[in-house]
Design a binder for this molecule. Sequence first.
Ligand code: ZN
Ligand code: ZN
Length: 283
Amino acid sequence: MIDITLLGTGSPMPDPHRAGPSTLVQAGDENYLIDAGRGVLMRLAAAGCTPTMLNAVLLTHLHSDHITDLNDVITSSWALNVDEPKVLRIVGPEGTKETVSRILHFLELDIGYRIAHHDDLHKPPQVEVTEITRGTLDLSSAVRISAAPTDHKPVDPTVAFRFDYQGNSAVVAGDTIPCADLDQLCSGAQALVHTAIRKDIVEQLPNQRIQDILNYHSSVEEAADTAERAGMDTLILTHYVPAIPPKENEFHELVVQQWLDKAAEKFSGKVEIGDDLLKVTIK
Ligand SMILES: [Zn+2]
Ligand SMILES: [Zn+2]
């Protein structure tokens, strides 16, 4: 059994109802955070998980909306850990080491204040970064995690992660257009978490900055087609652009139905769309 919780279903646009992109994957007693968008630790707390419980943080790519709260994950998993100092594993594409090192630099004064103030805090955050684009991760974990490159150019490299645990399997793709490597990673897996945008709406918006997102994201139909080609059972869409109105909004059901209909044009399995903290169990 693998539990997938959409911690944040938002996009770069600040949204009072949707945190930034991040997903929690739980299997056995292991917890994996994929991406660390705006507000991630608030949603992680709502999901009943603390940063000190994370086995690893996996980054699909280094776009700011996917990593903006990584500094909070690093600080909180360090300063809130009252037991033995724990190493925070961070995994991501090439560039992750430099990004984490710069975040630690940005946190340098705060780290100094806390070490000076707390007698039982002697060391700065212990962070171990692994850069990977393709292959299987060696985390000594019960969950087998593998990676494959995706296509979100000019952001390059970018990765998707596959989780295999006791016969169940799920893939979490970040921002990408359809590509052969993602197809291969998805092959034989049960569920796909995929970011998606409504290209039919975005292309109508009279703003070049917004239209620029069209060529490096998948539409709902393209994400659905990727899941269909791999013969998957479940497609979980996230990172909604434009944002889907929240449940209390009168247009919520209508818009969700539009997204579901678009996905159903290409995918014959079950499609999950929801607000932050939507939890889907794969079994
Ligand atoms: Zn994004
Ligand atoms: Zn991106």
